[in-house]
Design a protein around this ligand. Sequence first.
Ligand SMILES: [Zn+2]
Length: 171
Amino acid sequence: MDVAEAAKKYLVYPLMEICRLHMTHMVDSYPERVFAHALRHGYFDLVDKTAPKTLNWNAKEAYETLGMRNFVVWVLYREGWLLVRSQLRTLVIPVVAHKGGFTDCDHWDEFYDEFIDMEMVALTSWKEQFEKMVRELRCSWCIQRAGLLRNKVDGVVQMHGKLASELAKSV
Ligand SMILES: [Zn+2]
């Protein structure tokens, strides 16, 4: 039994709080361990903070660390983001005619390729990345088209990109 578990078992609240703070500071170095611990104890804010950083976790290791029930939560979480990533590639984005009626634009190709090649971990905070990329777009028609893409991506993420805490509560 680790200290945090002992603290919880014997209801030593101040100690639990210290452990929780300690865990918060370990998020960047040991996200998987913190995620496992947070799931076990129902620290849902910490679950959601660490979950994106576990997306490249080896499944066997995840299973051994999480145990059956929480492994299911993690698999469903990862599955959702895998689906988001694969569906991004199938989206049909209406074209926006540029001056002179052109529909092809190098600015768009560059923007779009960068977006759909985004790593799964980065995808979990796609809005920030997306806005940053739009700010770098140097074509007003492509910026309009990016708005259409944003709505579609939003739909896909709402459908499949669940929070790990939501899944934990429903499994
Ligand atoms: Zn353009």
